[in-house]
Design a protein around this ligand. Structure first.
Ligand code: NAI
Length: 245
């Protein structure tokens, strides 16, 4: 159980982040539902958690914005005494074939998916060092391990996130802080709903379990790493129906 723990989930207004927020709250954590633009959706997520007896509050901030992210974590620390569990879930795609990809598309994905996680980890780890306890879980992607046509920016960011996870795991281990990555395959969310039917079918053919995963499948893995994984650090756990093994 996670009673008494403060968990920050970035980009938790929908999709995988929302499922993670619900799961951690169900396990007793006070959940900080971070959002960028979607204030109403984030408030609805927090409201639903509270309605079923959990604890959740919302904090808005674009994780790509260093000053805003540092200020958000300072505010959470002032209000709740620090962060015990950090889940870096916020992520975007700007897909294009590499030869056509613009610098703006490349930079936007790196800024949110990689640098955003750096901003939160650096600030949150400082609060964890004081407690000599922490669980950092970064939502990467199997694309960061295999590459994917049309996703040079996304694959680079997710591969970078895996490298950063392992580095932080080494730097923080002696202080009781574990750092792991969860690498989803194809999960049913807004991000994958826009895929053409033909690509979805092809993808299913590459998944031994024969279907896309649900956001709750990813949330279960995150919950395990948050609540149980005391002797697990620097690992990448693929939640992909067996697609990459
Ligand atoms: P989604 O698009 O449904 O949700 C992403 C969330 O991140 C949204 O709430 C959005 O508002 C938030 N967000 C985006 N930029 C932000 C920023 N700069 N600051 C704060 N919040 C921001 O996507 P989904 O599918 O739920 O993805 C969640 C994570 O899982 C992402 O990191 C994604 O790369 C990763 N993932 C998803 C897979 C899938 O099949 N859906 C597969 C592999 C990884």
């Amino acid at each position: 159980m996670l009673t008494g723990k403060v968990a920050l989930v970035t980009g938790a207004s929908r999709g995988i982040g929302c499922a993670i927020a619900r799961k951690l709250a169900k396990m007793g954590a006070l959940v900080i539902v971070n959002y960028n633009g979607s204030k109403e959706a984030a408030e609805a997520v927090a409201g639903e958690i509270c309605k079923v007896g959990g604890s959740a509050v919302t904090y808005g901030c674009d994780v790509a914005d260093e000053a805003a992210t540092t200020a958000m974590i300072a505010a959470i620390t002032k209000d709740y005494g620090g962060i015990d569990i950090l889940v870096n879930n916020a992520g975007i795609t700007r897909d294009n074939l590499m030869l056509r990809m613009t610098d703006a598309e490349f930079d936007a994905v790196l800024a949110t998916n990689l640098k955003g996680a750096f901003h939160t980890m650096r600030a949150a780890a400082k609060t964890m060092l004081k407690k000599r306890y922490g669980r950092i879980i970064n939502i990467a992607s199997v694309t960061g391990m295999t590459g994917n046509a049309g996703q040079a920016n996304y694959a680079a960011a997710k591969a970078g996130l895996i490298g950063m996870t392992k580095t932080a795991a080494r730097e923080l281990a002696s202080r009781g802080i574990t750092v792991n990555a969860v690498a989803p395959g194809f999960i049913e969310t807004d991000m994958t709903r826009k895929l053409p039917e033909e690509i979805r079918k092809k993808a299913c053919g590459q998944i031994p379990l024969g279907r896309f995963g649900q956001p709750e499948d990813v949330a279960d893995a995150v919950a395990f790493l948050a609540a149980e994984g005391a002797y697990l650090t620097g690992q990448v756990l693929a939640v992909d129906g067996g697609m990459v093994m």
